[in-house]
Design a protein around this ligand. Structure first.
Ligand code: 5AD
Ligand code: SF4
Length: 436
């Protein structure tokens, strides 16, 4: 008999992709994905532990789902992802109605785990890099592809090395076979996933892997996340030379103060960072750069904070993800003194976001009148007369529906720019070569 599964997914792209893998694995075990928890025989929470807020969101949703167990005695509840790995058996204490807890390394064993007894917890899986998953992908155009798992960096604020384990790279042969298969099935774009793709090591390094992927011929190749310390000149050359690698780099800075960067154990200074993006911008004209910032790290003074604001004004990111520092148990920053108060952190965050908004708008406005390449994804959300797609720099572009199909790549002349999107019309004019 077929059974139904519903997954709540929290957090990063890694989790989004892990949920696709879970559905793929479970469909081999007789499960069908459904759109609401009420129809499910199995509910999985694929959780995120990066900040306390994400964790709280999951625990309150878990509490709300408890009543479904009274209605359906056969309902199973599983907790997966980073909170599972972090809290381990503690989840059963807090929520005894949970049946299974499994960490991010054990997705492949899901069907076997579900056949076993209650209150099972599994964590490490040394064979993870060799595991192959059947994956039920959300999109038929753009695909996530894992190239490595885990993280060895131990940034002092970050829980990821504890929840996702030691860095391991997938064999290049598996990565390449997966991308060849996607290309053959008509996928237009792949995003290579890893906490720190620049430290990919198999029989080749990351730039080497990019070159091999480039040769497959898929239209667009993206990757995330990069660590500024490990971003090599060889990688910049690969991006510059390979036509399918998109002109976008997500390069988290975290702070503009060298003192805080040192306390964060990031392994670079602000001027190292500047040097890296100067080279990137020189070698890859028009490249979009996005970043991450944490405000309110323990002991961050007003002067440190001002250095971060100066940095974002100088760098001029195309987009920025900024977060308030959140204290995570088990990390080395957990025990640092001089924690900032919530209102202080909120004020710093809001002020920074306001400054960045102007920068994002200004950067986008530079594209007005240019011609860019857009991959059509489908109908625009709010208006069925328009299509929505993405530029190579990962910006959302809206254009009138002229009958283009999803997956088509067209040139668009930009006629209007906003903070979160660009608008334009299809054109036969050539792509504008950026001189910036
Ligand atoms: N508090 C706030 N932000 C964090 N990040 C990671 N750990 C924390 C934390 N404890 C942010 C970093 C990272 C992004 C994915 O999340 O900016 O780059
Ligand atoms: Fe966390 Fe640092 Fe690893 Fe990123 S590189 S996952 S911030 S420890």
């Amino acid at each position: 008999m077929r059974k139904n599964v519903f997954i709540y997914t929290y957090g990063c792209q890694m989790n989004v992709h892990d949920s696709e893998k879970m559905i793929g694995v479970l469909s081999e075990g007789g499960y069908t994905a459904v759109g609401s928890p009420g129809e499910a025989d199995l509910i999985i929470f694929n959780t995120c532990a990066i900040r306390a807020k994400a964790e709280q969101k999951f625990f309150s949703q878990l509490g709300r789902i408890k009543s479904l167990k009274n209605k359906n005695k056969n309902l199973k509840i599983a907790v997966a992802g980073c909170v599972a790995q972090e809290t381990k058996r503690g989840i059963f204490k807090r929520a005894p109605y949970v049946d299974l807890v499994f960490g991010p390394q054990n997705i492949g064993a899901l069907n076997t785990l579900l056949e076993q007894n209650k209150h099972l917890f599994v964590e490490e899986n040394p064979d993870l890099a060799e595991n192959e998953f059947s994956t039920a992908r959300d999109s038929s155009l753009r695909a996530w592809v894992s190239v490595m798992y885990g993280c060895n960096n131990f940034c002092s604020y970050c829980i990821v090395p504890y929840t996702r384990g030691k860095e391991i790279s997938r064999p290049s042969s598996s990565v390449l076979a997966e991308i060849r298969d996607l290309h053959g099935r008509g996928y237009k774009e792949v995003t290579l996933l890893g906490q720190n793709v620049n430290s990919y090591r198999s029989d080749m390094n990351f730039p080497g892997l990019l070159r091999q992927i480039g040769a497959i011929g898929i239209d667009r190749v993206r990757f995330m996340t990069s660590h500024p310390r490990d971003m090599s000149p060889e990688l910049v050359e690969a991006i510059a030379e390979l036509p399918n690698v998109c002109e976008h780099m997500h390069l988290p800075l975290q702070s503009g103060s060298d003192r805080i960067l040192h306390l964060m154990n990031r392994g670079y200074t602000l001027s190292d960072y500047h040097r890296k993006i100067d080279i990137l911008r020189e070698r890859v004209p028009g490249i979009a750069i996005t970043g991450d910032i944490i405000v309110g790290f323990p002991g961050e003074t007003e002067a440190d904070y001002q250095l971060t604001l100066d940095a974002i004004r100088d760098i001029e990111y195309d987009g920025l993800f900024a977060f308030m520092y959140s204290k995570r148990e088990g990390t080395s920053a957990y025990s640092l003194d001089n924690q900032l108060s919530e209102p202080e952190k909120t004020e710093r965050l809001n002020n920074l976001l306001k400054i960045q908004e102007e920068i994002t708008e200004r950067k986008n406005s530079l594209l007005d009148g240019t011609v860019i390449e857009v991959l059509i994804e489908g109908l625009a959300e709010n208006d069925a007369a328009f299509l929505s797609g993405r530029s190579r720099t990962n910006k959302v572009v809206i254009l009138p529906d002229g009958g283009e199909r999803s997956g088509e790549i067209v040139n668009v002349g930009i006629t209007r720019t906003r903070m979160h999107s660009l608008e334009g019309i299809r054109t036969d004019r050539k792509i504008t070569r950026s001189s910036s």
